[in-house]
Ligand binder design. Structure first.
Ligand code: BTN
Length: 266
């Protein structure tokens, strides 16, 4: 089925999901502060997993490290997923890896574009950010109660108008030269996410596939966390999503958090 209109509403989403036998329940809102907050509210009220909250516009969209997520109203996909994976908190990055690969699959299916991944959780095309993923966990002690995976996928925005100081960004429109049906993209994203999520819950790991898509694989990078900077060659990720960095003395480091930049050696 091909869906051409870019407008989203609850009825159109529900009938497209039903037509493709996709198991998600989707709540659509024209405007929210952040889909993350609404998804946490629903999850805490006992909403089952495979529920997604979608908004056309956010007044307080957020990214990693308390950054703002900017997206013009009605152009892109802004959604948060409620998931309850059988993972320990230290394995939670497996979920982000599964979701990022699911989004790459969906973008490829809808547009033919090949997105790459940037550790820990960005999708890039041509070095520009196409999609950001934010995973927030709710835990009781060492037990993972639920995870909210927030996805900001740039679909139809012309980001040459983006506010200055944002990281270089791109969109499916900018890469392909034409608009996409947000409904088609949403439904395909949910379909691919469900496939990856079920595989994850069945015990599959994705680190080899993830490393193959990694934009910095084999490159010399710097990883910054606060004032700490580590540098070395990015040689892969392990099954729990830690970045494997080989320093100049050949020692392998397992990096759990940080921001990666390419390091040009002087
Ligand atoms: C990042 O790149 O730092 C992650 C960005 C995640 C943005 C999405 S947009 C939908 C959801 N709601 C939010 O407030 N944030 C996520």
């Amino acid at each position: 089925m091909s869906i051409t209109d870019t407008t989203l509403n609850a009825e159109r989403i529900a009938s497209a999901l039903e037509a493709r036998h996709i198991g998600w329940k989707v709540y659509h809102h024209p405007l929210l502060s952040s889909t993350m907050d609404e998804a946490h509210r629903l999850a805490q009220a006992g909403t089952p997993e495979l529920t997604a909250v979608v908004a056309d516009e956010q007044t307080a969209g957020r990214g990693r490290l308390n950054r703002r997520w900017w997206s013009p109203a009605g152009d892109n996909l802004l959604l948060s997923l409620i998931l309850r994976p059988p993972l320990s908190p230290s394995q939670a990055h497996r979920l982000t890896m599964a979701c990022s690969l699911g989004i790459c699959d969906a973008v490829g299916r809808v547009s033919g574009l090949r997105a790459q991944v940037k550790w820990p959780n960005d999708l890039l095309i041509g070095g520009r950010k196409l999609c950001g993923i934010l995973t927030e966990l709710e835990m009781t002690g060492e037990q993972l109660d639920y995870a909210i995976v927030g996805i900001g996928l740039n679909v139809n925005a012309d980001l040459r108008d983006a506010p200055p100081l944002l990281a270089p960004a791109t969109s499916m429109l900018m890469e392909a030269g034409h608009e996409f049906s947000r409904l088609e993209v949403l439904v395909t994203v949910l379909e691919e996410l469900e496939r990856r999520y079920r595989a994850l819950c069945a015990g599959q790991t994705f680190h080899h596939e993830w490393a193959e898509r990694m934009v910095t694989l084999g490159q010399h990078v710097q990883v910054r966390e606060g004032t700490t900077v580590q540098s070395g060659t990015a040689v892969g990720v392990d099954k729990d999503g830690a970045l494997l960095l080989r320093d100049d003395d050949g020692i392998l480091h397992r990096v759990l958090v940080g921001d990666v930049t390419l390091h040009t050696r002087g």
